[in-house]
Design a protein. Structure first.
Length: 164
């Protein structure tokens, strides 16, 4: 039986799950329509690289939940998305999926290499590769909801102006 403390503990996890499932289902349909299947994995690994680099910077104090770690990871993700959006071409000599795969491998290797310089690399590496939705807090859920709401609104408005 679920009691009040258990519900209080699980509520942010459940809210985060709903937010992630909603936007990822919407974006996943568009990814499949465009035929760029593995871009999500590559962007996730690029975000992990950004978080790893941020952890090594002095302002984070080694705290993976510091606000600066989140923002640097987000900047890395947007830079990766910008690269992937600019390489999309019908006449490209190298397929876009190959570039996405190379970016994934390089970001993975760079993350592991950078994490080897951290003091408690094994724990941070495990958190980076696996994650833990049970460790989510209400402020993180709020940031995620605002960010994903903005992304969803942008994509919805863009599809409406394009007629589709």
């Amino acid at each position: 039986m679920l009691d009040a403390p258990m519900l209080a503990f699980l509520a942010p996890c459940f809210a985060a799950s709903l937010i992630l499932a909603g936007i990822h289902a919407y974006l996943g349909v568009h990814v499949v329509e465009r035929g760029v299947i593995f871009v999500d994995l590559s962007l996730a690994q690029i975000a992990a690289l950004g978080a790893t680099i941020a952890l090594l910077l002095p302002f984070s104090s080694g705290d993976p939940h510091a606000p600066g770690v989140y923002w640097i990871s987000l900047v890395f993700t947007f830079m990766g998305a910008l690269v992937f959006s600019t390489i999309r071409s019908k006449r490209a000599r190298i397929p876009q999926e190959a570039i996405i795969g190379i970016c994934y491998a390089v970001a993975s290797a760079a993350s592991i290499l950078a994490m080897s310089k951290a003091t408690s690399e094994s724990e941070h590496l495990k958190d980076m590769l696996v994650g833990n939705i049970l460790a989510v807090s209400w402020p993180e859920v709020g940031k995620t909801a605002v960010l994903y709401g903005a992304i969803g609104t942008f994509h919805y408005n863009r599809s409406q102006t394009r007629g589709g």
